[in-house]
Write a protein of this length. Structure first.
Length: 452
């Protein structure tokens, strides 16, 4: 590894990219360089991200060497394909050269090999490396391998959630097409899958959005495999979809809840939420008073609760538990109202433990608990409605757009100058919005009486 991680950082336009030469023993498999977007225009953030990405890339290289994967059939094919490209030839399997290639193309390839004794070159130019016999049942594993770089920086749980829609799409496709070779898939298979979904939409009341999501997954998977293995067919899932009502915009994500409902249901000692486990109740209190996303609080480590500061706050940033949504999500949020005693109680208990890195488990548990107790006012509401409510409360107080964006973790749609709103500025606005008053005994639990 270079002494300075900056040696692996290059700037493309405004954004920074991680770029490192692939070791010689893996270059035939992976190409000359690995390039991964660091998703930031800040050099400081890029350096932090590059340290993490570099460690994961090196670990990936080590795993290839340790498992011998680089010598598998599919990797031999990839080596030949890439070498042919570097030599200036489009890789064509030998059976295609024999059956379909123009005679002049074959002659030129043979002439180019007249004085060549390197078997790797001969294999590449004459297409002698067999294509992997990839079937639908192994399609998912191949896609995961080919797109490893897209999940660099994500936690194990985030990577699993990212891949779930693709795995589900493949399972459903197998119900229609069976376990055929991916190279043999054609337009008819895609249209049969669409017809299968059409029947489900009618019979089960499912939405076109769900169907289109699976079409999109299969289209992306076929594209990735096609790029790697150079199938000669067009993408069979191209332009296969269902029309969306309302111009395809879909419905608004979730619904809000009134501030009074949040207090009565989620924070009050006699509220419904008081019957749930302590960790869930404390996390909910922090969500209600900060407007943070559930995954952001479930991913906080103990040292990201800065409670001995003049302005107690949490620092939401990328860590070993989870990747943050975007560069604007890296922020510090003051703790006021119910959030402050909740944070002290969490830290006293050892931090987030039960739901650490498991925001999907947390959200499902809370939503089920509240639904079972008929706590929501309508079916569109959910735990995420707390975030909508937080934004509504900022709107009612006419919080400046720049301050609101910095608290929500959103992009502020103007050129960025300076360091942004201070902790004090954010705290002052949050105090005006607080659902519960400050507690003098910060470790005891929530105050009983609400301010205002």
């Amino acid at each position: 590894m270079a002494n300075d991680i900056g040696a692996y950082i290059v700037q493309r336009g405004r954004r920074f990219t991680f770029r490192r030469r692939v070791p010689v023993d893996l270059a035939d498999v992976l190409g000359g360089y690995v390039k991964i977007s660091l998703k930031t225009d800040s050099m400081e953030a890029a350096r932090q991200a590059a340290v993490r990405v570099n460690a994961e890339v090196v670990a990936y290289w080590d795993s290839l060497r340790a498992t011998g994967k680089a010598e598998a059939v599919k990797d031999r094919y990839a080596k030949a394909r890439d070498l042919a490209a570097r030599l200036g030839w489009a890789y064509r399997p030998i059976d295609e050269l024999i059956e379909d290639a123009p005679a002049l193309d074959v002659v030129e390839r043979l002439e180019a090999l007249a004085d060549v004794s390197d078997l790797r070159v001969t294999t590449a130019v004459l297409g002698a490396a067999a294509k992997p016999d990839l079937t639908v049942s192994s399609w998912m594993d191949e896609y995961v391998s080919l797109t490893h770089d897209r999940r660099v920086g994500k936690s194990e749980n985030q990577a699993r959630k990212n891949l779930q829609p693709y795995a589900r799409s493949v399972r459903n496709f197998m119900k229609v097409a069976g376990d055929k070779r991916v190279a043999d898939m054609d337009r008819n298979d895609a249209l049969l899958f669409r017809a299968w979904w059409s029947n489900r939409i009618t019979a089960e009341g499912l939405t076109a959005k769900s169907a289109n999501k699976e079409m999109n997954c299969l289209r992306a998977m076929y594209r990735a495999v096609n790029d790697a293995h150079q199938y000669t067919r067009d993408n069979p899932f191209r332009d296969v979809s269902f029309a969306m009502k309302g111009g395809g915009k879909g419905k608004k994500r979730g619904a809000t809840v009134p501030a009074q409902w949040v207090y009565d249901t989620m924070l009050a000692p006699s509220g419904v939420m008081a019957g749930m486990n302590d960790e869930a109740r404390l996390i909910v209190a922090i969500l209600a008073e900060t407007g943070a996303r559930p995954g952001e609080i479930c991913g906080l480590l103990p040292d990201e609760f800065i409670l001995d500061h003049a302005i107690p706050h949490i620092h939401i940033q990328h860590n070993s538990i989870r990747e943050i949504k975007n560069i604007w999500s890296d922020r510090k949020l003051p703790l006021v109202g119910a959030a402050l005693p909740a944070a002290h109680a969490l830290i006293k208990a050892g931090g987030v433990i039960r739901y650490l890195g498991k925001n999907d488990v947390f959200s499902t548990a809370v939503n089920k608990f509240l639904n079972d107790h008929h706590a929501f006012e309508n079916r569109q509401q959910s735990l995420y409605s707390l975030r909508h409510c937080f934004e509504d409360r900022m709107t009612m107080l006419e919080v400046p757009d720049k301050v609101a964006a910095s608290m929500m973790g959103h992009k502020f749609h103007r050129e960025k100058y300076g360091s942004g709103p201070s902790l004090k500025q954010k705290r002052d606005w949050l105090m005006k919005m607080a659902l519960m008053p400050f507690s003098s005994d910060r470790s005891s639990g929530f105050p009983i009486d609400r301010v205002g």
